[in-house]
Unconditional design. Structure first.
Length: 599
């Protein structure tokens, strides 16, 4: 009796054990079987890269290739050293034709060697900088659609030429369904004969930038993904400064400085000496000035809230940990915000590396039609806003009310990712990372200090008039009129500039000598030569930080500045003065130079 009972228990136990073993085998098999992972691959965490690069040595070395640098310095000829180049008169027809299909001077590009030399315009301290000797390998991903032959190849050649060979594992050109013949077999043949590390993967149909980048990233196998535009040129020793921060912390994403390659002459020059990426509340890409500490630490990499989008280096494992780009984003637009917000909010950080410079041809015009239908950019923006921007999304919708009606499609996977990675709030991002953004781009615009017509007190028949003038035209004094022929309504905005009420045109003073005229110039929000203050008591309009006031000549009606004084010609009336705002003159848009405590 007892024995039978035990025997039965035995059988039951064996059954359980066998079930567990079979179950385990089945589970292991199904996970190792790539086919059964297929649905997984389609989903957000399509590619999971478990390992990330850990440097084996932190010793710093000089990565410059002095032999190559010396060779480059000696090069002379068309386009060499990034000096402006020109075609001869008899090449005009070809120049025109290749201009219209590319939006830049393709015929000139064809004359310039693929391995042309570039000027070393890095910060002087970059020339002596050392980087750790153990750096991760790189897959360079370059999406393109109908790119011109020589600009595409120069992108690849400059990467290979100016990088330590063993760090570049591969260069993947992603052909987003180009229609130019030479981008097919001819390109493949050229690459396998001349640039074996470069290969092309092709999308079956036109899919847009985001899908193309994702396809390139999926095909990549190195430690770091480095995305580039298809008409760029990497400059001296550009790679180590991009890779070192990633080697030291795989959740740091690094952007190079983007220099300008002129679309007409292929001249190579800086656009500026650095700024932090940001956006306004219509999600236009904007830039914020460097912080005092960034300037002190130059050329140390500095934190930037948002990437420009096209050029960045990122650990492949971190890219996939964040799910890559939201695959629901269509064509292009908003992807740089999505990735930037995700990086910061989900435990990463982003820096610009001043010692890494890459030139980019900013086209004169976009030569290709968009493949998308409807307002795909708006839809992308709404997707990003709904998933990442929390209560700040309302500031976007306030400016773009129609976004509220756009269908985002399914965003449950994106929200689940945010949940799973325990990402921080957008409020955290706004107060700790982009803490000075709202100073320049406030979610709710403060009222103007004053607005309306601006008249000389001594002759109120006259009004200041911007006369729909062009950039650099003089601001005039004309007979007041209600007709739209005039442009006489201005505002002294909370940016402390005086702008036309109907367009983004400001009173600007490039000169501060007496009798300098007031010119029209796009508002730059930077104060300086567009800074104005109105004093309701003395009725003076004072310019900038010098002691100059708006003045005029009653004989010629010329408008200019003069040193401030008691002259009645320096008295001006403005239709409506907001005295409450005037009282806050010194407190509006107070500079913020660090994280905000209260969040
Ligand atoms: Mn581009």
């Amino acid at each position: 009796m007892m024995r039978r009972h035990i025997l039965r228990l035995f059988r039951v136990r064996n059954l359980i054990i066998i079930t567990i073993i079979i179950g385990t085998i089945y589970l292991v098999k199904s996970f190792s079987d790539v086919k059964s992972l297929e649905p997984f691959k389609q989903s957000l965490l399509g590619t999971v890269v478990k390992e990330y690069f850990i440097p084996s040595s932190l010793r710093k070395i000089d990565w410059h290739d002095y032999k190559k640098i010396k060779y480059e310095r000696k090069q002379k000829g068309i386009g060499e050293q990034g000096i402006p180049a020109y075609l001869s008169k008899n090449e005009e027809a070809l120049e025109k034709q290749l201009y219209s299909v590319n939006g830049f001077n393709g015929a000139l590009s064809d004359k310039i060697p693929l391995n042309r030399s570039l000027p070393d315009i890095r910060h002087i301290k970059c020339q002596k900088r050392l980087y750790i000797e153990s750096l991760p390998t790189v897959s360079v991903v370059v999406p393109f659609h109908n790119e011109h032959w020589s600009t595409l190849l120069r992108t690849a050649v400059s990467v290979l030429n100016r990088s330590p060979e063993f760090l570049i594992k591969e260069v993947i050109l992603v052909d987003d369904a180009s229609t130019k013949d030479f981008l097919k077999k001819k390109l493949d043949d050229y690459l396998s004969a001349n640039l074996p590390k470069v290969r092309v993967i092709r999308l079956a149909s036109r899919s847009g930038l985001i899908t193309a980048r994702l396809a390139g990233a999926k095909a990549a196998s190195a430690d770091v993904l480095l995305f580039l535009d298809s008409h760029t040129e990497a400059n001296a020793n550009w790679l180590p400064p991009l890779l070192e921060p990633i080697a030291l912390d795989h959740r740091t994403v690094v952007c190079p400085y983007i220099d300008v390659i002129a679309y007409d002459t292929f001249e190579y020059r800086a656009q500026d000496e650095g700024a932090r990426g940001a956006f306004d509340w219509e999600l236009y890409y904007k830039r914020l000035p460097l912080l005092p500490k960034d300037l002190d630490n130059m050329p140390e990499p500095f934190e930037s809230p948002v990437m420009a989008g096209g050029l960045f280096a990122m650990s492949r494992s971190f890219f996939w940990e964040l799910g890559g780009y939201d695959p629901g984003l269509d064509i292009w637009g908003g992807e740089q915000y999505e990735l930037s917000f995700k990086i910061w909010q989900c435990g990463g950080r982003m820096v610009d590396a001043p010692c890494s410079r890459v030139g980019h041809i900013y086209r004169k015009f976009a030569p290709f039609p968009n493949p998308g239908h409807g307002d795909f950019v708006g839809r992308n923006y709404r997707r990003v806003a709904e998933v990442w921007m929390d209560e700040y999304a309302q500031y976007l919708y306030k400016r773009r009310p129609n976004y509220r009606n756009i269908d985002t499609g399914d965003i449950s996977e994106q929200k689940a990712l945010r949940e799973r990675l325990r990402c921080r709030s957008f409020r955290w991002f706004m107060t700790q990372v982009a803490f000075d953004l709202t100073v320049k781009y406030p979610p709710v615009e403060p009222n103007a200090f004053a607005e309306g017509r601006i008249k000389p007190v001594s002759n109120p028949q006259l009004c200041v008039d911007a006369h729909h003038g062009a950039q650099m035209d003089k601001v005039l004094l004309k007979r007041c009129t209600e007709s739209t022929a005039g442009e006489q309504k201005f505002m002294l905005s909370w940016h402390k500039d005086i702008r036309s009420k109907s367009r983004n045109m400001c009173w600007d003073l490039p000169e501060s000598a007496p009798k300098s005229p007031i010119l029209l110039y796009s508002c730059h929000l930077g104060g300086g030569n567009q800074l104005w203050r109105y004093y309701p008591e003395t009725k003076r309009l004072k310019h900038g930080t010098n002691d100059n006031c708006l003045d005029w000549d009653p004989n010629t009606r010329a408008l200019y500045i003069m040193p401030c004084g008691d002259a009645t010609t320096q008295q001006w009336s403005i239709d409506h003065v907001d005295y409450e705002m005037m009282g806050k003159w010194d407190n509006v848009a107070k500079p913020v130079t660090g994280p905000v405590e209260d969040y």
